[in-house]
Design a binder for this molecule. Structure first.
Ligand SMILES: [Mn+2]
Length: 287
């Protein structure tokens, strides 16, 4: 059965956080995985990385990593110096993953977040630059034995990969088995004609999967077509991780960057709600 995880920022207002207490929390709630912000761990001294790695090992919790690259690391940028900085950062991220003994990094790693196509510019040129940069990054990812999953996100957050079909074309062009696709139900719901077809067409390229309702509440609280989604994952024989990425709290950097402008967790205990959503996902997977 797929391992199930949750993103730490469900509980935080800031992107930078000490992840160690969340390892124990998700263990207690019954999750297999804690997804963390890779930027924070890439910048950590080894002493702090060791502390996190040991906590995860001790709890039997796997860590997966996620990031939306800041503009200074945009590997699709027209500015060669920015691309070089982004490529160097992603190579350091691959080395960090190897150091930690973990294998999956996903997110908006093919450009920057949030990102709009500048007026009058051609998307194709950004894609070409991104593919060239990613091929360079893949040499290090392959050496490190780690996987980079490009996340398909909706048009209001990025302009390069809005559909599963665009992402499959992208990873085919990159041409490395270590560069795969990350699909997220929140974004699929906005952009795809058929969520089932998008998952099925991604097939073996699917490297990681994010789940959440249409308003980013945890699974089981909204109108996402879960039977269709889990049916499609079963159909392609997906054995990878499934992590939920709920955002309920307004305020702080997280509330600002995710555009949470109302309390979506009104009257809910966050821990109990996460535990409920985990049971919901496990039940759907078992069908
Ligand atoms: Mn996501």
């Amino acid at each position: 059965m797929n391992k199930i995880g949750i993103y730490y920022a469900y509980w935080t207002h800031d992107w930078d956080a000490d992840f160690v207490p969340y390892v124990a929390k998700v263990k207690r709630l019954g999750f297999d995985i804690l997804e963390v912000n890779s930027g924070t761990v890439t910048r950590m001294p080894n002493r702090e990385r060791d502390r996190l790695r040991r906590a995860a090992e001790k709890a039997g919790i796997e860590l997966t990593y996620c990031i939306g690259l800041p503009h200074r690391y945009d590997i699709a940028s027209p500015d060669a110096a920015v691309r070089r900085n982004g490529i160097a950062f992603l190579k350091r991220s691959a080395e960090m993953l190897r150091y930690m003994g973990h294998r999956q990094l996903g997110g908006i790693i093919y450009s920057s977040w949030p990102g709009k196509l500048p007026f009058g510019e051609e998307k194709r040129l950004y894609l070409d630059r991104s593919v060239r940069s990613m091929r360079e990054v893949m040499k290090v990812a392959e050496d490190c034995g780690v996987f980079f999953n490009v996340e398909v996100v909706n048009r209001f957050e990025q302009f390069l990969l809005n559909t599963a079909a665009e992402a499959v074309t992208y990873v085919r062009r990159v041409g490395s088995p270590h560069c795969r696709v990350l699909l997220d139900t929140f974004h699929l719901n906005i952009e795809e004609d058929s969520i089932r077809d998008a998952i099925v067409a991604t097939g073996a390229w699917l490297g990681h999967f994010h789940v959440g309702e249409t308003n980013r509440r945890p699974p089981g609280r909204g109108r996402m077509p879960w039977d269709e989604i889990f049916g499609a994952l079963r159909r392609i024989g997906y054995t990878g991780a499934i992590t939920m990425e709920p955002f309920l709290m307004p305020g702080g950097e997280v509330g600002r960057d995710i555009s949470v402008y109302r309390n979506l967790g009104e009257g809910l205990d966050l821990d109990r709600e996460a535990g409920r959503a985990l049971k919901f996902v496990r039940r759907k997977l078992a069908r």
